[in-house]
Design a protein around this ligand. Structure first.
Ligand code: GLA
Length: 391
């Protein structure tokens, strides 16, 4: 257990005890990375995420009334609300928890009031899905606490609906799925249409996963995300008029794609082109992974970045700078921006022996270019959401 993890666990325990007495349960839910397959989840394609060794920790216990009392240690903020009066909060983070409670109520399941204290070492706003981790930690702990009987997949879907309906981001299922179903040392090959999945061992022998965090948090991230989703839907709507069997971009091949050209807005064509290519690229990349051909896999990561930047237009100058910086380093097998975009991290597959010098050089180059510092994280792949026992 890392020092950061120990600190999080002992702080949620101590603060909970000081405020409410002994907690009934501790739950951990991790952040995620995604190796390849970006913006493909809501287009019902494939994704290749994994849970990481950075997580949100929650200490929780029932109350005798119908109130929810919350404390976010890292933000030094508290919030309380009645279960019967859930309204979106300008604080932001309570919405992930209220969204879950709202969805539990919508299922007609009964829960009472509760106290919860949260802390975590998932960097916030870095594209590592700290919000999905909070949602999964919340639904998992309430499921245990109130005996709701939800399966893991039901909890994942519930968390996605919480984000879509209460928070307002029309995200796909990837982040919650990875947080809930993550497994140490394996990536999840998830088919977002059938929700079939399998774990592929991620052979990290000699390779480290390095995240370079631009620390850019774009305010347009969620509105532009929803726009991309609409643009993809516009492409599907047109193709449906010629091919009624097309239900999503997953059903579109390269011949159909050409039928879109000149018939729809160029932007819509570009968005669809990226997605159709990315769905294919991921399938090819999975074959590279099976053959342990990480050089070929890495090349596809660079192609993904190019598409996200030029066709899907969800990158930013800082992410583009880092991706091309990595490309020049022969010890970086692959790199690209990761997650929704407009800021956050690049994910880099770096040869072990070169990690320290790569990070040091990236920090210098980034500082020189943008007059601001870069953060870096070396992550490993960890297990998904679970109850943790605390001595
Ligand atoms: C965000 C969303 C996910 C997914 C990615 C892009 O993380 O929450 O559902 O769409 O962006 O791949």
């Amino acid at each position: 257990m890392s020092v950061e993890t120990q600190t999080c666990i002992s702080s949620v325990k101590t603060i909970y005890q000081a405020k409410y007495g002994v907690p009934e349960l501790f739950v951990k839910s991790p952040g995620r990375i995604n190796l390849i397959g970006e913006h493909t989840d809501y287009n019902l394609g494939f994704v290749l995420p994994a849970a990481i060794d950075k997580a949100i920790y929650i200490a929780i216990g029932k109350r005798n009334d119908s109130e929810i009392h919350l404390t976010a240690i890292d933000l030094n903020e508290s919030f309380s609300v009645s279960i019967n009066d859930l309204v979106k909060s300008p604080l932001g983070w309570p919405n992930y928890i209220m969204g879950i409670v709202d969805q539990i109520k919508k299922l007609g399941l009964l829960i009472g009031g509760f106290n919860a204290v949260l802390a975590g070492d998932v960097p916030l706003g870095a594209g590592l899905s700290s919000s999905a981790a909070v949602e999964c930690a919340t639904v998992y702990s309430l499921n245990e606490l109130f005996g709701l009987g939800l399966s893991k997949l039901e909890m994942v879907k519930l968390a996605q609906r919480a984000e879509n309906q209460f928070v307002g981001l029309q995200c796909g299922i990837m982040d919650m799925f990875a947080s809930m179903f993550g497994r140490a040392d394996a990536v999840i090959q998830l088919d977002c249409r059938s929700l079939e999945y399998h774990y592929s061992p991620f052979d990290q022998d000699g390779i480290k996963i390095v995240l370079l965090d631009t620390c850019v948090k774009h305010s347009l991230a969620s509105s532009e995300y929803n726009v991309r989703r609409k643009e993809c839907e516009a492409g599907v709507a047109f193709l449906k008029t010629i091919h009624p069997e097309v239900a999503s971009l997953r059903d579109v091949d390269f011949v159909m794609l050409e039928e879109l050209k000149d018939k729809v807005d160029l932007k819509v064509y570009h968005r669809c082109k990226f997605i159709v290519e990315e769905i294919k690229r991921l399938q090819d990349a999975c074959m590279d992974l099976d053959k342990k051909n990480m050089t070929a896999f890495g090349r596809k990561m660079y192609e993904t970045h190019e598409g996200l930047s030029k066709l899907y237009e969800v990158s930013c100058k800082e992410l583009d700078f880092l991706a091309s910086f990595s490309k020049k380093n022969e010890n970086v097998l692959g790199a690209r921006m990761m997650g929704g975009g407009f800021g956050g991290c690049t994910i880099n597959l770096v040869r072990d022996h070169a990690v320290a010098s790569f990070i040091a050089q990236a920090e210098i180059a980034f500082q020189k270019e943008f007059k601001t510092s870069l953060k870096s994280y070396i992550v490993s792949i960890g297990d998904g959401t679970s109850v943790i026992s605390i001595a």
